[in-house]
Design a binder for this molecule. Structure first.
Ligand code: SAH
Ligand code: SF4
Length: 401
C-alpha cells in the first residue's frame, strides 16, 4: 500500500493508493454501509477534494476515523524560481505549466500541464529518476531513486485538475466527444461529491500522458492501477483513449499491456533505426533489440487495433541524416505497415540538457527527415517544442535544484 511518510502515524495508509475494491474492503471492516466506498471515491476523484473535512455529506465520526486511519495529499508543490510566484513555472506563451513536487519522503518529481486548442493534457511521472540512463535525457542522467505509488501518480493529475477548476486558465471549446464514442458520454451518476457541476473532471483534464520522469513499464503495477483509477466512471472517468503511455521499449511490459482490458495509446521512444546507434542512445536496446521490440509492437497493434506512435528526438549529426530516415522508413514498413499494422512517427526537436553534448537538429534538417519518411509512406508529424523556455523536457527542472 502507501509509502510511509513524515508527519503521519506509522500505520496510516495513503488513501489514494487504494483501489476501489480495497477501499470497499477497508470500509466494510469498519461496518460502514456498502455505499460508503462509492461516496468516498466520488469525493476523491469526482469532486477532487484534498481534505477529509470537505467530504461534507459523510458523518463527522466517520470522517474523523478516516482521518486517523489514512492520509490524503502525498505531493507538495515546491517553489522553484525566485522570479515566478508559487510552485509553478509557466512558459512565455502561458500554455505550459510545470510543477516540481516534493513527495512525503523528500524525493522530488515533475509534472507538466499543457494547453492545446482543444485539449488540456497532463504529463505525469511514474518513477523518481529512471534506471535506463539514456544519455540525452535529464532524468536518465540523474539516476534512479524509487518507483512512485499509484496514489503519487494519480495525484499529479488531481492537482492540475484542481488548479484548472480554480482558474484562470485558457478556456476550452465545447467538450470533445470522447474518442471512440459517438458523442459526449452521459455522466456517471453523481455518487459522492459536489462541485463539478454537470461535467466530470475529464472536462478539466482531457488527456493524460505517462511521459514524465521514469519508465512506466518498469513500474507496471502502480502505473496500471493509476490508469484504471483515472478511467473509473464512478470517479474521474477519463476514457482509456485519452491516456497514452510512453515506453522506451520494455518488451515484456508491452506484451502485458496488449493483454489488458483497457486499451491505452502506446508511444514507443525509438530515436534510432539501427541497433548499433540505438544501443548508445537507449541502453535498454542491448537487452531488447529492435527485432524483438518491433515484434512486440506488431503484436500490440494487431491485438488492440490501435495505431502506435514512435517518438524520435532529432539530434544534430547523430540520428538525423537522410540515410537514417530511409532506414527508419524501411524498418517501419517491413515490420509494421506492410502487415497492416498502423503506426506513425512523431519527430521531436531535442531539448538540450545541461551536461550533455547532444544538440537539436535544425528546422531544415528536421523537415527533410520528415519528407523522406513520408515519401516512404510513413505518416509523420514534426512536433513543435513545448515549453522549452521552462525546461519542460523530462527531468530538466528537477536537475536545476
Ligand atoms: N521512459 C519513457 C517515458 C518518459 S520519457 C520513455 O523514454 O519513453 C518521455 C519522452 O521524452 C521520451 O520519448 C523521451 O525519449 C523523451 N525525451 C527525454 N529527454 C529528452 C530531451 N532532452 N529532448 C527531447 N525529448 C526527450
Ligand atoms: Fe528513462 Fe525515458 Fe529518460 Fe530514457 S528517455 S532515461 S527511458 S525517462
Amino acid at each position: 500500500m502507501g509509502a510511509k511518510a513524515k508527519g503521519t502515524m506509522p500505520d496510516q495508509i495513503a488513501l489514494l493508493d487504494l483501489t476501489h475494491a480495497q477501499l470497499r474492503e477497508l470500509l466494510a471492516s469498519w461496518d460502514e454501509p456498502s455505499f460508503r466506498a462509492d461516496q468516498v471515491w466520488g469525493w476523491l476523484y469526482r469532486s477532487l477534494v484534498s481534505d477529509f473535512d470537505q467530504m461534507r455529506n459523510l458523518p463527522k465520526e466517520f470522517r474523523a476515523r478516516l482521518g486517523e486511519a489514512a492520509y490524503l495529499p502525498t505531493l507538495t508543490p515546491l517553489p522553484v524560481l525566485s522570479n515566478v510566484e508559487g510552485a509553478e513555472k509557466v512558459s512565455a506563451d502561458g500554455l505550459t505549466r510545470k510543477v516540481l513536487f516534493a513527495l512525503r519522503d523528500g524525493e522530488t518529481i515533475e509534472s507538466v500541464l499543457m494547453h492545446y486548442e482543444r485539449r488540456r493534457t497532463v504529463c505525469v511521472s511514474t518513477q523518481v529518476g529512471c534506471p535506463i540512463g539514456c544519455p540525452f535525457c535529464a532524468t536518465g542522467q540523474s539516476g534512479f531513486r524509487r518507483n512512485l505509488t499509484a496514489g503519487e501518480i494519480l495525484e499529479q493529475v488531481l492537482y492540475f485538475a484542481r488548479t484548472v477548476r480554480s482558474g484562470p486558465h485558457p478556456p476550452l471549446p465545447p467538450l470533445l466527444p470522447r474518442s471512440g464514442e459517438g458523442g459526449v458520454a452521459p455522466l456517471s451518476p453523481k455518487v459522492g461529491g459536489e462541485g463539478m457541476g454537470e461535467r466530470g473532471p475529464d472536462s478539466l483534464i482531457t488527456n493524460v500522458v505517462l511521459m514524465g520522469m521514469g519508465e512506466p513499464l518498469l513500474n507496471y503495477e502502480a502505473t496500471w492501477q493509476a490508469v484504471e483509477t483515472l478511467n473509473d466512471a464512478r470517479g474521474f472517468g477519463l476514457g482509456a483513449r485519452r491516456i497514452t503511455l510512453s515506453t522506451v521499449g520494455v518488451v515484456p511490459g508491452i506484451r502485458r499491456l496488449s493483454r489488458e482490458k483497457l486499451q491505452v495509446g502506446l508511444a514507443v521512444s525509438l530515436h534510432a533505426p539501427t541497433d548499433r546507434l540505438r544501443g548508445k542512445l537507449v541502453p535498454l536496446n542491448r537487452r531488447y533489440p529492435l527485432h524483438r521490440l518491433m515484434a512486440a509492437c506488431r503484436d500490440y497493434g494487431q491485438s488492440t487495433g490501435r495505431r502506435i506512435t514512435f517518438e524520435y528526438a532529432l539530434m544534430e549529426g547523430v540520428n538525423d541524416s537522410l540515410e537514417q530516415a530511409q532506414r527508419l522508413g524501411g524498418l517501419l514498413q517491413d515490420s509494421l505497415l506492410k502487415v497492416r499494422c498502423p503506426c506513425h512517427v512523431n519527430l521531436i526537436p531535442l531539448n538540450p540538457t545541461v551536461g550533455s553534448s547532444y544538440q537539436p537538429s535544425s528546422r531544415k534538417v528536421a523537415l527533410a527527415f520528415q519528407r523522406e519518411l513520408e515519401r516512404q509512406g510513413v505518416p509523420t508529424t514534426l512536433r513543435v517544442g513545448r515549453g522549452v523556455d521552462i525546461q519542460a523536457g523530462c527531468g530538466q527542472l528537477r536537475g536545476k535544484i
